[in-house]
Design a protein around this ligand. Structure first.
Ligand SMILES: [Zn+2]
Length: 697
């Protein structure tokens, strides 16, 4: 994505023991796993392949479960978090006279989602009106009306600027954003979108695997259209047309490396200018129907995409667009429909594209869609259960220590002039940290949730969220809002708010444990999470925004040049073959995340150093396990990333994600760090001690 980055902590976990003290329901509550340094494989040398050294025993003891695409040391935490949410929802589903409105919504959402029998019996009942409406479209000028309907029903239209590649729903993405040049102003954006494959490359690459995936995609579209009631012949013809349309859209879409540069997407336009880009689409009608307020201006991320869309609208007959819209409607509704739809959707997106062998159990799928749709209602009970005040206090202390580490790092840089250092310090000082959960919970009272239709519940929640995003236009920026829900195991930096946010769901084992020593917490949470997000404010994207969140160049010419040279070192180093997936990583796509990984671990190490000094402990003091604090720091960092993955998932990840795969998040980082070489006594010539080590921060 561009301005906001979600840091995805892929599932990771470390071996071992210890029952969760708060496990009230021993039958259902899975065990959390705790960091265990004895899992390091001492038959290997840490300076040869540190990831293997730290993870080998774990790999040997953990097979990837059939319903998983990734399985790592944090997967037990994901399961634990999901289980807490499940218990909350089950309790709320019991109808009683004293149910609160929040419990009614959460409980009835759960009841509708878990009633598979009723969902199967309903078939396409709740979709029929929408499909009929598409069939009755009389001319192309009515397309705008249908796209507006779709955007208000299918989750995700507003995610454009959040997304690495494109908006997930029909035609384009639409939502509100802070203006790039003036972060105090909320405007509207229009983004490329409407393609069902995970990225532009999937349509355009012509290697054998890509061709095979496209053929299977076309087959998947055909099957879905058949399930929705089309004849075999109509569905087959439709699938061919739809793939052709989406391929043409991909050709005019901006590639994901170009999208990373905020200046490329910062195209301000008036409504008249957008209308001139795409005369065949009735923008005024669309905007009236979705009820968007008039903004000062629009940001059109990729004008070229809309020029291409215009050509397509002119070239293709109405029947083609009807097929496309039916597909978009069925595709976007599939997870909430009968099992035949759910199964076919799983088969293509999770099995073929990501290698999973079976579906997640129903209850976990229900928990996840409730977390997306009612996250701050569901999250309140989670916080009470999983995030005690002591964890919050320690997390805030760690954030301060790591920020202080970056401040000292900036002061010590030999490549930056005092003028730029001063600006960097100003920006760092202005970073606002959010820890745990919002001060004020979102009000879902206008969302209608019933026990009778899972699909309608999702539609209602989608309309609420879409409207909520649009009504921000023209109002003061809400600095208190969170982009992730409290139980999320992941975090983000928001360049336009200049904010870092760490949901409560991160502060549990194996990443964080209030009872363990600082080296372990500062390695996994301090480096992998907190340091990483803080550094995003100063990666190749983040550095282009100033302390107030405006896209403004605060660098001297020579410092910018020095930065770019150092950044290129990372881009080159991470441009590498990923053998198990048969694809090549583009280090320009992952440069921001790689910079954040490398900088994050360094400043977290500095934070640990000063923390231990305060505590009167040496970095070289050995624990009962025989490892020094500096070694435990790196072992904990590496352990948090031990991850097994399906080759299909790695392939899709490398082609679309701005994050490097886990092995590189460990080995490339430590092989760039003298602090690591010192910790494990690495000597010149070993793989984990690079001759051309890269460093920005
Ligand atoms: Zn990140």
């Amino acid at each position: 994505m561009l301005m906001k980055r979600v840091h995805l902590f892929l599932p990771s976990l470390i071996l071992c023991c210890v029952l969760a003290a708060w496990a009230q329901n021993a039958e259902k509550q899975p065990q959390l796993e705790y960091f265990d340094p004895s899992q390091a494989d001492r038959s290997l040398h840490p300076c040869q392949d540190f990831y293997k050294f730290a993870c080998n025993k774990w790999f040997a003891a953990n097979a990837i479960p059939p319903d998983q695409e990734y399985w790592g040391t944090g997967s037990s935490l994901d399961l634990w978090n999901d289980t807490v949410l499940r218990e909350t929802m089950e309790k709320a589903a019991v109808v009683s006279a004293d149910r609160t409105p929040v419990h009614q919504k959460v409980g009835d959402f759960w009841a509708a989602c878990t009633d598979e029998k009723a969902i199967d019996a309903a078939g396409t009942r709740d979709l029929a009106t929408d499909l009929r409406r598409i069939d009755s479209l009389r001319n192309k000028s009515a397309l705008a009306e249908e796209v507006a309907h779709l955007h208000m029903m299918i989750p995700g239209a507003w995610e454009g600027l959040w997304n690495d590649n494109q908006a997930p729903v029909a035609f384009f993405g639409f939502g509100s954003t802070q203006d790039l040049d003036d972060a105090s102003m909320v405007v509207l954006f229009v983004d490329q979108g409407g393609m069902g494959l995970p990225g532009r490359d999937f349509y355009l690459k012509d290697d054998a695997k890509s061709v095979e995936i496209r053929s299977k995609y076309q087959d998947h579209i055909r099957k879905m259209l058949t399930l929705s009631g089309e004849s075999q012949e109509q569905a087959a013809k439709g699938a061919e047309t739809i793939l052709a349309l989406e391929t043409a859209m991909a050709k005019s879409a901006m590639d994901n490396v170009s999208r990373r540069d905020p200046t490329n997407v910062n195209n301000k336009m008036s409504l008249e200018q957008i209308q001139a880009l795409t005369p065949a689409f009735d923008w005024k009608h669309y905007i009236a129907l979705v009820g968007a307020p008039a903004p000062h201006h629009y940001i059109v991320t990729s004008p070229q995409f809309f020029k291409g869309l215009e050509q397509l609208l002119e070239q293709h007959p109405l029947e083609h667009w009807k097929a496309y819209l039916r597909w978009q409607m069925v595709h976007g509704s599939a997870p909430y429909l009968a099992n035949a739809f759910v199964g076919e959707n799983f088969d293509f997106y999770s099995r073929i594209l990501s290698g999973a062998q079976q579906q997640l159990p129903r209850w976990r799928r229900c928990v996840r869609s409730a977390d997306r749709d009612l996250g701050e209602a569901l999250g309140q009970a989670y916080v009470e259960r999983a995030f005690p005040p002591e964890s919050k206090r320690m997390a805030i202390e760690m954030v301060h220590d790591v920020e202080d580490g970056l401040s000292r790092d900036i002061d010590g840089l030999d490549w930056m002039t005092p003028a730029t250092k001063q600006e960097a310090q100003k920006k760092l000082k202005a970073v606002e940290a959010k820890v745990g959960y919002p001060d004020r919970w979102r009000d879902y009272s206008s969302v209608t949730i019933t026990r009778t239709s899972y699909l309608n519940n999702v539609h209602s929640a989608t309309a609420f969220e879409f409207r909520r995003q649009l009504t921000k236009v023209g109002k003061p920026v809400d600095r208190t809002e969170w982009r992730l829900t409290p139980p999320t195991n992941g975090a983000y930096y928001d360049a336009q708010l200049n904010t870092i946010a760490f949901p409560a769901g991160n502060f549990l084992p194996p990443y964080f444990d209030p009872k363990t020593d600082a080296a372990v917490n500062y390695g996994a949470t301090g480096g992998g999470l907190i340091g990483h997000e803080i550094t995003h404010g100063f990666d190749d994207q983040g550095r282009k925004f100033d302390a107030s969140g405006n896209l403004r160049d605060w660098w001297t010419v020579e410092d910018a040049k020095a930065y770019e040279e150092r950044g290129k070192c990372f881009a080159d180093q991470y441009t590498q073959e990923v053998p198990e997936a048969g694809v090549r990583q583009d280090g320009r796509l992952t440069q921001g995340e790689d910079t954040a990984d490398n900088g994050g671990v360094r400043i977290a190490f500095m934070a640990l150093d000063s923390r231990l000094k305060r505590d009167g402990v040496s970095l070289d003091e050995k624990g009962s396990d025989g490892w020094t604090a500096r070694q435990r720091f790196f072992l904990s960092y590496a352990n948090s990333y031990c991850t097994e993955a399906r080759p299909e998932a790695i392939r899709t990840h490398v082609l679309t994600s701005p994050h490097s795969f886990e092995r590189y998040r460990v080995n490339n980082v430590v092989s760039n760090m003298p602090e690591f070489w010192q910790a494990f006594g690495c000597k010149k010539g070993v793989p984990m001690m690079r001759e051309n080590a890269c460093r920005v921060w």
